[in-house]
Write a protein that binds this ligand. Structure first.
Ligand SMILES: NC(=O)c1ccc[n+]([C@@H]2O[C@H](COP(=O)([O-])OP(=O)(O)OC[C@H]3O[C@@H](n4cnc5c(N)ncnc54)[C@H](O)[C@@H]3O)[C@@H](O)[C@H]2O)c1
Length: 439
């Protein structure tokens, strides 16, 4: 009888099923850290790799810098040796699975910046080999995994889907959302080959509640871009509604709330001061960049991008007009910005419209202060701004502008004390006062 040999696929499957597979996560940010924690909680031994020494040191002390990962969840895993962090990519040699969750920003020209994926993959490739599963999670254009990552990880004599496995799985985490967290958000995964998809699905099913396999890495990449483009365009429509309602003297919030009572065929999206975060303002441009190469202009994306980009200017015009109505000029006035994170109850200021609003106000001669319970300091235009007390400043400022509707703000006191408030989030919905100017 011929001796039976265990294939790379069988061996990896056994390790994943028995949770003895050594799991690696490259990039320990908002996406990577919660994922690493989830797999460590599921019983795997997890190694996180990040280029930032300070983050690695902090994690190894059991301290978290990601709001959705409390130290109480992290520390026991670190102490039990289930999770460890390093800056040393040679750790990849001992890993069986490698999830890549590094940033994918846009260049100033709105072209994708692949440099983080490329540099991570260059390092991984040095220690990559047979029997390993790599999964790209960074949001990117369709084709990245097979065109860019696969050639970097391929080695002579090793066949993808047979000797090693490669997938794309979009990350859908929603920072600050208490209901949907990494473990209960369905996980879409598509592999280079059907065997890759099966391996990726098997891997995620160990730690996450629901896995949704799709036919290819490109489909999985496109899924994420559809989701975020859907949001971006619908927010663009809500913002355009706000501009139209403003001209027509209508309260856009009342219009949307009433429309949302329709039990089918309508999903409410809300206007605001502009898009923020590392996803919605960025991801759709990955798609438009890629489709341009195929000769298709992504016109909805461009239009929504234009309208959303106008919102900080619209807010500043609103502030200026509101001050004028109170016989004050914006130039020389003190404007207090309430909230600068890009959305409520989180600490992330990436792409936050508050930063644009501050710069635009300053350009028109206003004096600025801000408060945000989640953001004690912020770097802006080569300076560091420090948060002020929201109540003291509300009483003192010529105008308060609600840019981020954090639940922690004492809105009743702000309304009582402030002389003028521009509310870009409908945070003051329940207050009726002539001092309030709504978006
Ligand atoms: N933040 C979100 O809400 C969210 C949601 C879904 C998808 N995403 C996507 O996930 C990806 C990661 O986003 P994030 O918000 O976690 O970013 P992040 O900036 O919070 O974290 C990325 C981490 O990667 C590290 N890093 C950078 N280059 C590296 C390299 N070469 N090797 C190892 N580590 C490296 C950084 O130091 C950082 O700690 C992006 O593609 C993003 O679009 C983010």
């Amino acid at each position: 009888m011929p001796a039976t040999t265990t294939t790379a696929a069988e061996l990896l499957e056994q390790k994943i099923k028995s949770r003895t597979a050594r799991v690696g996560v490259i990039g320990l940010g908002y996406v990577g850290l919660p994922l690493a924690v989830e797999f460590a909680k599921a019983g795997f031994h997890v190694t996180g790799i990040d280029v930032q020494e300070s983050k690695v040191a902090q994690l190894n002390r059991g301290d978290s810098y990601v709001q959705d990962v409390p130290a109480s969840a992290l520390r026991p895993l670190i102490e039990a040796g289930k999770l460890q962090a390093t800056t040393d990519f040679s750790a990849v040699a001992d890993l069986d699975t490698i999830n890549i969750a590094v940033p994918t920003p846009l260049r100033k020209t709105k072209d994708p910046d692949m440099s983080f994926i490329v540099s991570a993959c260059q390092e991984i490739a040095k220690y990559f080999g047979p029997g390993k599963l790599a999964i790209l999670e960074s949001t990117t254009y369709p084709g990245t995994t097979d065109e860019l990552v696969l050639p970097m990880l391929e080695q002579p004599g090793l066949k993808v889907g047979e000797h090693f496995f490669l997938c794309f799985s979009p990350e859908r985490v929603d920072p600050g959302n208490p209901k949907f967290i990494t473990s209960n958000i369905p996980k879409v995964v598509g592999g280079i080959t059907p065997a890759c998809t099966r391996m990726g699905a098997l891997f995620y099913s160990q730690a996450l509640e629901k896995v949704v396999p799709v036919s290819s890495t490109r489909v999985a990449e496109m899924v994420k871009l559809l989701e975020n483009t859907f949001r971006m365009i619908n927010i663009g429509l809500a913002n355009e509604m706000a501009l139209m309602c403003d001209r027509m003297g209508l309260n856009v919030w009342e219009v949307i709330d009433a429309a949302a009572t329709k039990p089918f065929g309508f999903m409410p999206f809300y206007p605001g001061p502009g898009l923020g975060g590392h996803c919605i303002p960025i991801d759709p441009f990955y798609l438009s960049w890629k489709t341009k190469q195929a000769g298709i202009e992504a016109r909805f994306i461009d239009l929504a991008g234009y309208i959303n980009g106008q919102m900080p200017h619209f807010v500043v015009d609103k502030i200026q007009n509101a001050l004028n109505d109170h016989s004050k000029a914006l130039k020389g006035s003190h404007v207090h910005v309430l909230g600068i994170a890009y959305k409520r109850n989180i600490d992330d200021v990436r792409e936050s419209p508050a930063l644009d609003i501050i710069l635009l106000l300053e350009r028109r001669g206003a004096r600025i202060s801000y408060s945000d319970p989640f953001v004690p300091t912020v770097r802006l235009d080569h300076r560091t701004l420090a948060a002020d007390d929201p109540l003291a400043m509300s009483a003192r400022a010529d105008c308060v502008v609600v840019v981020t509707d954090h639940a922690a703000f004492d809105y009743a006191t702000v309304v009582r004390q402030a002389s003028l408030i521009v509310d870009t989030r409908n945070a003051l919905k329940t207050f009726d006062s002539p001092k309030i100017v709504r978006l």
